[in-house]
Design a protein around this ligand. Structure first.
Ligand code: PLP
Length: 482
């Protein structure tokens, strides 16, 4: 590593990235390339001799950027946001610069200790119960994604139950969640050896705004116990991926507790909103939870990846995930004086991810972070009003956070509830390159999702997006009438 060369090249890279952000609105938000485009543009083997940075920058502009979907574009409204910020970027840069591998405390004490401190800060900001703080038996850890978070807690819960009921009972263990739960849970079950038929995705409908009903849960548990199965894990979601439904944590948690089950709360997207006092009530009942997860890399200005997981009993995680080979032994770990995060996650190695979250919290401060969330929710409200004012459209279910679910109303003789029409609308809108939205299906209806949350989005982008949607809808309705 030549420090002078680093300085020179890194300055060029920062300039390149800054120019990218300046011109980000000029790119089609959704990449318009065809599959396999890149192999036609790049050589089929690595160069024998070094190439210049200039040549690489030219290739990035000509060959890579066309194949990028611009998640940071202010006209990006698809899936859920994945925030970048200067603070997050700087933290990421420092983490790359130090490039430590912090699996045990000894490998970089600051990495472990900063992670514990920053997750305690965030837990306090979310008003999580003290049991989740690092001072007691619990604590927080940064996972790569919400999928890894639910996997590690499912493994901990599984093993905890098997220690009670006997190792041979694996086939009898049952997991519960709503049918709106992210597929990450299903993947965790697959990895965790849970029988596919024992992963109960319980029915929800529009009458409860797609939230899991405690009565439905009780019924399913009673049925399973009656046939000799063992309920062990409940996953509730605050802010489901399709429509931001909020499962009622308090009654669900009480049921889980009464049956000796592990209760996990997935607030991957909506958890960020709960730093505002007026939205905190959506996680009321979190005191019943054994684990709680929110993705700071979604809507909290922290560059991907940074998924915050809190757990009340850190020993439960370690009992499932800990190994202690000779080559990792050291005085601090052996004396049980420190946290070794290798025992809280799947991989051994881990990055210094707390730096970026620390920088976000410090460079913004709580008040600015709250304003940031409120602004996106206000923009989503404005979009919702625009949709409601156009009689050709409907807002499908009440907006809670910064996602609006809506659709073009079908004609009365439509055979498929307007699904084809809305599918077409999404395709034509996205192929303009002016905006990017995604979709879901709720109660058999194809629905468009407008998720506000990109850091650069302003009111003008929301109104411009609505104009694109209206124009494309007009053209489409004309063509459907012909
Ligand atoms: N849970 C919810 C509610 C989500 O919305 C998502 C992704 O959007 C996930 C889990 C999975 O997130 P990750 O990509 O961090 O695994």
């Amino acid at each position: 590593m030549d420090a002078d060369q680093l300085r020179e090249h890194a300055h060029k890279m920062v300039d390149f990235i800054a120019d990218y952000y300046k011109s980000i609105e000029n790119f089609p938000v959704l990449s318009q390339v065809e599959p396999g485009y890149l192999s036609r543009m790049l050589p089929d083997s690595a160069p024998n001799h070094p190439e210049s940075l200039e040549d690489i920058f030219n290739d990035i502009s000509a060959k890579i950027l066309p194949g990028v979907t611009h998640w940071q574009s202010p006209n990006y409204f698809a899936y859920f946001p994945s925030n970048s910020s200067i603070a997050g970027f700087l933290g990421e840069m420092l983490s790359a610069g130090l490039n430590i591998v912090g699996f045990s405390w000894i490998t970089s004490p600051a990495a472990t200790e900063l992670e514990m401190i920053v997750l305690d800060w965030l837990a306090k900001l979310l008003k999580l119960p003290d049991d989740f703080l690092s001072g007691g038996k619990g604590g927080g850890v940064i996972q790569g994604t919400a999928s890894e978070a639910v996997l590690v807690v499912l493994l901990a819960a599984r093993d905890k139950m098997l220690r009670t009921v006997g190792k041979n009972a694996l086939e009898k263990l049952v997991v519960y969640a709503s049918n709106q739960t992210h597929s990450a849970l299903q993947k965790a079950c697959q990895i965790g050896g849970i029988q596919p038929e024992n992963c109960r995705l319980l029915e929800t409908d529009s009458t409860s705004n797609y939230a899991l009903s405690p009565d439905v849960l009780c019924e399913a548990i009673a049925h399973d116990i009656a046939i000799g199965l063992i309920p062990f894990f409940l996953c509730a979601t605050v802010g489901t991926t399709s429509s931001t439904a909020v499962d009622p944590l308090l009654p669900l948690g009480k049921i889980a507790k009464s049956k000796g089950m592990w209760f996990h709360v997935d607030a991957a997207y909506a958890g960020s909103a709960c730093i505002c006092p007026e939205y905190r009530h959506y996680i009321d009942g979190v005191e019943e939870a054994d684990s709680f997860n929110m993705n700071a890399h979604k809507w909290f200005l922290t560059n991907f990846d940074c998924s915050a997981l809190w757990i009340k009993d850190r020993n439960a995680l370690a009992q499932s995930l800990s190994t202690n080979p000779e080559f990792l032994k050291n005085k601090a770990s052996q004396a049980n004086m420190v946290v070794d995060y290798k025992d809280w996650q799947i991989p051994l190695g881990r990055r210094f991810r707390s730096l970026k979250l620390w920088m976000v919290l410090r460079l913004y401060g709580i008040e600015n972070l709250q304003c940031y969330i409120r602004n996106h929710i206000k923009l989503a409200q404005q979009f919702e009003v625009l949709v409601a004012q156009d009689p050709r459209f409907e807002v499908v279910n009440p907006r809670i956070f910064s996602l609006v679910c809506f659709r073009l109303l079908p004609s009365q003789n439509s055979k498929d509830h307007g699904n084809e029409l809305n599918h077409h609308l999404l395709d034509t809108v996205n192929s303009t390159g002016k905006v990017f939205l995604s979709h879901t299906v709720l109660s058999g209806k194809y629905i468009l999702r407008f998720a506000v949350g990109a850091p650069l989005t302003e009111e003008r982008h929301v109104t411009a997006a609505w104009k694109v949607l209206q124009d494309e809808a007009s053209a489409l309705l004309r063509s459907f009438l012909q």
